[in-house]
Design a protein around this ligand. Structure first.
Ligand code: AMP
Length: 349
């Protein structure tokens, strides 16, 4: 992995008046471009075809100022971006498809690129969750499966290919020999809070060396499990699958907000101890059971697609900011604040 010192060197060569934000046109990029426009920062959108350009031009208020066509997700022109004073914003598609190249990319990435390693490796992620004191589902060895379990492939492919197994035999017949993780299947209500950690000020809810904001909450719409009550009523048996197709808003019972904030704070503080912190957005994927106990089965250490529901703000962001504030805009705002304070080095790696 390229060193932080090297990235700070690259950053020191930037003309801060000509700073821009770049990301791949996918995942949360509409929101990122829209938010950057509101904050007055120019944007570059990376596309893989002219057809994709047409899609983004269909949304003029959220289209990037400039497009660069690239060969594919692995072909991000990191050096060209650095030559153009760009900060790269990592989102789910970049993390999943850019591969290891991102680790050595000679361009400042918003946030801490170390966190991408902790997110990619499920075992490391569980280590992080444990260090944060979060309750997690049990991880079982395949020959010890004694309850319904969800089997996950490595990486964040939006739940694709997950399956439920009930016994070692069923596991062997479906996944024998594959590199997968077996998690206890949790029952309860899903809630995915979206946090923003800023190391630039200690105002508000203190966490690690800065403060934490909770901007919104979503849950995902997954095919076919989220419509299974209909198939059941229609007498059509299905095998549950968990492919993410969209998101819907969630507002939590107000008495649970303290728990959410505390889990968010503990996650930032564990990140600080383990790999130097997570400036910027992150999300905890939680299931709340009937005793109001929270279980975390995943951390996304970057902007998540659930924030796309709230381009003009959410039922929480409006209590943090007296103006419309999406996660994309919050990112751009942080860049402006850091630039003003001459502390961009604190929010990139
Ligand atoms: P993930 O790729 O880990 O975000 O999981 C995709 C979806 O699978 C989640 O949004 C949940 O609906 C479901 N899921 C993942 N892990 C579990 C679990 N341990 N128990 C129950 N459902 C889960």
């Amino acid at each position: 992995m390229i060193t932080k010192e090297r990235i700070l060197e690259v950053l020191s060569g930037y003309d801060s008046d000509r700073l821009c934000l770049a990301t791949v046109c996918s995942h949360t990029s509409l929101q990122i471009f829209h938010g950057a426009k509101a904050e007055g920062i120019p944007t570059i959108g990376l596309i893989t075809s002219q057809a994709q350009r047409a899609i983004y031009e269909a949304f003029p208020s959220a289209a990037p100022d400039e497009f660069i066509e690239v060969d594919g997700p692995k072909g991000i022109p990191y050096q060209e971006l650095a030559d153009r004073n760009a900060l790269l914003i990592p989102h789910g598609s970049i993390v999943e498809y850019a591969g290891r190249g991102l680790e050595d990319a000679p361009v400042p990435v918003l946030g801490n690129r170390q966190s991408l390693i902790w997110e990619r490796d499920r075992r490391k992620m569980f280590e992080w969750m444990k260090a944060a004191g979060l309750q997690t589902p049990a991880i079982l060895a395949p020959d010890k499966i004694d309850r319904p379990c969800v089997v996950k492939h490595p990486g964040a492919k939006g739940g694709r290919g997950y399956a439920i197994v009930h016994s070692p035999e069923e596991f062997e017949s479906k996944f024998g020999g594959q590199d997968v993780m077996v998690q206890e299947y949790l029952t309860g209500v899903r809630a995915y809070p979206h946090f923003f950690y800023s190391p630039l000020s200690k105002e508000g809810y203190r966490a690690a060396n800065g403060h934490l904001e909770m901007l919104s909450v979503d849950r995902r719409l997954e095919s076919n499990v989220d419509e299974s009550y209909r198939t059941q009523m229609a007498g059509v048996p299905i095998k549950p699958s968990f492919t993410v197709v969209g998101n819907e808003p969630v507002v939590m019972r107000e008495s649970l907000l303290g728990d959410l904030l505390e889990m968010g704070r503990n996650t930032t503080e564990a990140a600080e101890r383990l790999f130097g912190g997570i400036p910027g957005p992150f999300c905890l994927e939680l299931i709340v059971d009937e005793n109001l106990q929270f279980y975390c089965f995943e951390i996304s250490a970057r902007i998540v697609a659930g924030t796309n529901i709230y381009p003009e703000g959410s039922p929480y962001s409006c209590y943090v900011f007296g103006e419309p504030m999406s996660m994309g805009r919050r990112l751009a705002r942080e860049v402006n604040v850091a630039r003003e304070m001459n502390k961009l080095g604190k929010i990139v790696y």
